[in-house]
Ligand binder design. Sequence first.
Ligand code: G3P
Length: 224
Amino acid sequence: MKLFLDTGDVEEVRRAAGWGVIDGVTTNPTLIAKTGRGFRETVLAICEACPGGAISAEVVATEFDAMLKEALEIASWHEQIVVKVPMIEPGIRLVAQLTDRGIRTNVTLVFSVSQALLAAKAGATYISNFVGRVDDFSGDGMEAVASTVEMVEAHGFESEVLVASVRHPQHVVQALACRAHVATMPYAVLAQLFKHPLTDIGLERFLKDWEGAGLSIFPPKVTA
Ligand code: G3P
C-alpha cells in the first residue's frame, strides 16, 4: 500500500520525504488556504520536496468549461501533478477527457461504491474514498472502501483506491486489511505510526544495559 501525506505544509512534506516512506502528497483547497501562500508556488514546492511522488492539486470550479481550463493549467505546472476533481457530474466528464489526454486524476469526495464506479469508468487514476467524515457521523467509512476495492479488483478497473480523511493509525491498519492501494494521512498520523510505548521502554533498557557493560561497537583506538 502506498502512503501519501495529506497536507499543504511543505516543511512536513520535506520531513516525511526524508524518511523515505512516502509515495506522494494530497492537497485540497482547505489545506492550501491554510498555508497563506499561493497555490502554484505551494504545489511546486511540494513537488520539489517529494521527488517523483504523485502530487494531487484540486480544481475549484464546478462548471465543466471552467474546470477543464483549471485542470489544464494545473497539469501544466509539473509532471508529478495529479489533477484532483470533485465527484460531481461535470467532474466525471472532466476525468474522462483528462484520461484521454493522458493526464492523471484523483476523484475526491467519494463516499459510495456507486460514485466510485463512475470514477473508475471515467478512468480515474485514484479514487479518494473518505472515511473519517463518515465515522464522524457514527457511520463506518471503511465499509465503502472494502466494497470499492472489491469492485475495482473484480471488474479489472485500473483505478487505485485511495483512503482519505484518515484520522488515526487504526484507519491505516484497516485500509491495509481492505487491500486499499493508497492511504493518505496528515503528518501527525504518519508520525504516530512510529510509536509504541514498548519500543521506547525496550530501547531505553537496551541502551542502559549496553552502557552498563562498557561495550563499544568500534575497536579501541590504538595509540602509538
Ligand atoms: O484531502 C482529503 C481528505 O483527506 C480530507 O480529510 O480530515 O478533512 O476529512 P479530512
